[in-house]
Structure formats: structure tokens, C-alpha cells
Design a protein around this ligand. Structure first.
Ligand SMILES: C[C@H]1O[C@H](OP(=O)(O)OP(=O)(O)OC[C@H]2O[C@@H](n3cnc4c(=O)[nH]c(N)nc43)[C@H](O)[C@@H]2O)[C@@H](O)[C@@H](O)C1=O
Length: 323
């Protein structure tokens, strides 16, 4: 059995990846989280380790000696990065440096999957779509800059130390269990709350005039597992579907899954100082290296996401406040 260590194991993609690896029966799965949380059944071992603590990170890695590190831990909410640019950069870049420094001391060095983001491309002109991995970085948020740093640090550790690092740039991924700070999860939760009579039938939104290449999180973590192999060290892969959807149309599709009528209203506090107008990725390199193609259609992802929120809302009627 190979030993996988997942950072950010209690996050959205982290939980889906942990479940996938555990269920395959071929991995021993160790999950790291920065703060204590109730682990699901998807992990063999759950550890609390803040990557900003370099010494604890070093001791944790030298004790567990993973074969593969899936580095998913990061501050991922873009609006928060505008409010706290320094905190975002420190958390994402320094946390990763501590992880790579600890990994460098292991013999043999583990394979490390670095999760960058499609946000590194930022401002993309229509004639540049779909973007390949050669697209220049034009980051539009402090979060995107922190991902450029993570991406380049991954490359540097490979070039400087021969560490088997593979980098991925996933495009927007959505699905069940995503935090409702993010657009699609927020919309699905608001619909579920209105259906349950817990909130008025009014759905608050930000900027709907953006286009995103949307993927199901389960397809994304399948790609993470496929590329995390020393044979692909030094390479970088877009994880993209090659199609994009206008957010306004995605919201329409979600609303069509509900039987009640809901008014859509713009909430100015949901607008950002800058927003990526459109993103669509070319994942030819990934397909050629691994055979990966996305399998879950958007309709399925939206239905599963709404169903997840309907169940959560039923589970905590009258409980949490609305986002
Ligand atoms: C690839 C990338 O993907 C994600 O980043 P994101 O694209 O910023 O995700 P989001 O769901 O917050 O926004 C998507 C779009 O939707 C617009 N939008 C409209 N109305 C609302 C709204 O009500 N809430 C939110 N959050 N956004 C809204 C918003 O202005 C933006 O244009 C992260 O995983 C990130 O970590 C990552 O790497």
C-alpha cells in the first residue's frame, strides 16, 4: 500500500480526495488539518498540523514518511484575499515552503502534488481562450498571486533539488460539501432554505456576468490521483473541461430544479474590486499524459449540490444564518 498525506484534508476537495483514495483500497491515507475538526470515516489517520509551524511540519513528515503528498491546504476564498492580502500570501506561500522544506529532508523525497489554480491566468483576452499551460500569468487578486507563488515554488523545488513535484491548475470546481461562501454552493443553499420556508424566496447574488469552466470536484480529485506519480515530475497540467458557462445561465439551471419561484437580487457586498471575466481551459496535456477527461455532466453536479443543501437544511432547520 502506498502512503498518501493530504494537507487540507478537511476542506472541500480534501474530503473528496480522501474518500476516493481510501475507497480504492490501495492507499493508506493520512489527513492533515490546520485546526481540530471531526474527521469523517474517509481517513485512516487524522492529524492537526498548521503548516505555518515549520518545526511541527518537519516532525510530522519525518514520522509518517509519505510516498505522496497531496498539498491541498490553502486559503481559497478570493474576496477574503482582497481584505487580507498579506495573510493570504503568508498562509499559502510560507505554508507550502515549510511543507517542501520538510519533504526535502526525507530520503527518498516524496512525490508532491502542488495545487495551483486557473486564477493564475487572471485577465484572459477572448482570443486567448481556451488557455494552455503556456498562457502568461495576469493575476487579478492577491489569492491569484499567492497561487503563482505556490506554482513557482513547486517548480523551483523540482529544478533546484530534483524533488518529484507535479503541479496542477484546476479550473473552478463545484459539488456537494463545498462551503456556501462560493457562488454555486451559496445559490444552492439559498434555494434549499427558501424551499424549506426558512428564508424568503429571494436569492442574493454578486456578479453574474462572468464565464467559468466548471468541473465537478469528483472529476478534479480523480485527476489529482492520476497525475501524482514521479513519472510526471516537473510538469504542470490544467484540469479543465474546455467549456465555459455564464454564471447567469448556471443560476437559471439551478432555479429550474426548484418548483418554487424565487426572485434574484444583486447584493453589492458580493461584488469584488476585480473579477475574472472569463476562463476556459485546454487540458490536452493532461489528457495525453493520463487519459483523463471529465465524466460528470454539469446537470448532475448541480442536482447533487442542490440535493446536498436540501439535506443539510433539513438537518438543521432553524439553525444557521443565511449567507
Ligand atoms: C479556480 C478558483 O475557483 C474558485 O474561485 P472563484 O472563481 O472566485 O469562486 P466563487 O464561487 O467565489 O466565484 C465565482 C464567480 O462567481 C461570482 N459570484 C456571483 N455571485 C456570487 C456570490 O453570491 N458569491 C460568490 N462567492 N461569488 C459570486 C464571483 O464574482 C466570481 O466571478 C475557488 O475555488 C478558488 O480557490 C479558485 O482557485
Amino acid at each position: 500500500m502506498k502512503r498518501a498525506l493530504i494537507t487540507g484534508a478537511s476542506g472541500f476537495a480534501g474530503r473528496h480526495l480522501a474518500r476516493r483514495l481510501t475507497e480504492s483500497g490501495t492507499w493508506e491515507v493520512i489527513g492533515l488539518s490546520a485546526r481540530p475538526h471531526t474527521p469523517g470515516s474517509e481517513l485512516h489517520h487524522h492529524l492537526v498540523c498548521d503548516l505555518l509551524n515549520a518545526e511541527l511540519t518537519r516532525r510530522t513528515l519525518s514520522h509518517w514518511r509519505p510516498d505522496v503528498i497531496f498539498h491541498l491546504a490553502a486559503a481559497s476564498y478570493v474576496p477574503r484575499s482582497f481584505a487580507d492580502p498579506a495573510g493570504t500570501l503568508v498562509n499559502n506561500a510560507v505554508g507550502q515552503i515549510n511543507l517542501l522544506e520538510a519533504a526535502r529532508l526525507l530520503d527518498p523525497m516524496p512525490t508532491v502534488l502542488i495545487v495551483s489554480s486557473s486564477d493564475v491566468y487572471g485577465l484572459v483576452h477572448p482570443d486567448e481562450l481556451p488557455v494552455t499551460e503556456a498562457q502568461p500569468f495576469r493575476p487579478l487578486s492577491p489569492y491569484a498571486v499567492s497561487k503563482v507563488a505556490q506554482d513557482m515554488l513547486g517548480l523551483q523545488y523540482h529544478l533546484s533539488y530534483g524533488m518529484p513535484v507535479v503541479r496542477v491548475r484546476p479550473f473552478s470546481h463545484i459539488g456537494p460539501e463545498q462551503s456556501d461562501r462560493f457562488a454555486i454552493a451559496s445559490f444552492a443553499r439559498q434555494i434549499a432554505e427558501a424551499e424549506a420556508g426558512l428564508a424568503p424566496p429571494v436569492l442574493l447574488v454578486g456578479n453574474l456576468d462572468v464565464e467559468r469552466d466548471l468541473l465537478d470536484v469528483r472529476d478534479v480529485v480523480r485527476a489529482y490521483e492520476m497525475v501524482a506519480t514521479p513519472g510526471l515530475a516537473g510538469q504542470v497540467f490544467n484540469i479543465a473541461g474546455g467549456r465555459s458557462w455564464r454564471l447567469r445561465d448556471v443560476l437559471e439551471r439551478l432555479l429550474s430544479l426548484s418548483s418554487i419561484s424565487i426572485e434574484v437580487r444583486q447584493d453589492p457586498s458580493r461584488l469584488r474590486p476585480a473579477d475574472i471575466p472569463m476562463l476556459r481551459g485546454d487540458a490536452t496535456a493532461l489528457r495525453q499524459a493520463t487519459g483523463w477527461v471529465p465524466e460528470i455532466p454539469l446537470e448532475q453536479t448541480l442536482a447533487d449540490t442542490l440535493e446536498y443543501w436540501r439535506r443539510s437544511v433539513r438537518g438543521c432547520r432553524g439553525g444557521r444564518s443565511r449567507r
